[in-house]
Design a protein around this ligand. Structure first.
Ligand SMILES: Cc1cc2nc3c(=O)[nH]c(=O)nc-3n(C[C@H](O)[C@H](O)[C@H](O)COP(=O)(O)O)c2cc1C
Length: 204
């Protein structure tokens, strides 16, 4: 399976990218995972959605086409979102506007949210409510909320709260194995003749 991890923070130095890298390492030993790639939204590399994108115009074509190909090649996604003002960062919401060719469609995705405090549940709700309708990404019922994110998954073990670290490592492993199982099962759905973004380009 080929997994793409999307780090949804626009910050150059972010907790989201720290978690994304930890997840990439955790995927490595899992035999069902052939490849894991990181797509980092640091510095907001995507243009804000504009009409030219829908019309397949020249402006952002080369950048978007190369990302589109990588996403289309992926079997599953891990969407990492920090909580900013109780919301998903605007750049991550913008990301979901871009993929109208079925790049994410009928592929399972694990939501991982991060907060430096006790937050993290608002972005879970927001992603589940509004991020999937037209691109048809399919979120697992399981998700991870990494609260007090600064106290876990640090390179230097002494910076980690050992009981939280152990808890999140185990829970992450549980979620990743589940994601890989879903990925295998979802291939059947995409290969069936019951899904067509050509017939209904937009969800209701
Ligand atoms: C603009 C901004 C708004 C924030 N708002 C919240 C918030 O509403 N709730 C929360 O739990 N943490 C909030 N935080 C703190 C973040 O949880 C913390 O900075 C975390 O590291 C952000 O993830 P990032 O480093 O991946 O960007 C906010 C941080 C920023 C930069």
């Amino acid at each position: 399976m080929n997994i793409t991890i999307v780090s949804g923070s626009h910050r150059k130095v972010s907790q989201s990218i720290k978690i994304a890298k930890a997840i990439k390492s955790a995927l490595k030993p899992l035999k069902e995972c052939d490849e894991a790639n990181l797509f980092d939204l640091a510095d907001n590399p995507l243009p804000l959605w504009h009409e030219d994108i829908r019309n397949n115009g020249k402006k952002s074509k080369s950048l978007l086409e190369s990302i589109s190909k990588k996403l289309a090649y992926s079997d599953a996604f891990i969407i990492i979102s920090p909580e900013w003002h109780g919301m998903v960062p605007a750049g991550l919401k913008n990301f979901f506007l871009m993929w109208g060719k079925g790049e994410l469609a009928h592929k399972p995705a694990l939501i991982v949210t991060v907060s430096s405090g006790d937050g993290g549940s608002y972005p879970v709700s927001e992603l589940r409510m509004s991020s999937y309708k037209n691109n048809r990404i399919c979120y697992l019922p399981e998700h991870l909320i990494i609260r007090n994110v600064e106290s876990v998954f640090n390179d230097n073990e002494i910076d980690n709260n050992s009981s939280s670290q152990e808890y999140f490592e185990n829970r992450l492993d549980y979620c990743l194995k589940q994601l890989l199982t879903y990925s295998k099962a979802f291939k059947q759905i995409r290969e069936s003749d019951t899904v067509s973004i050509k017939k209904y380009g937009s969800g209701m």
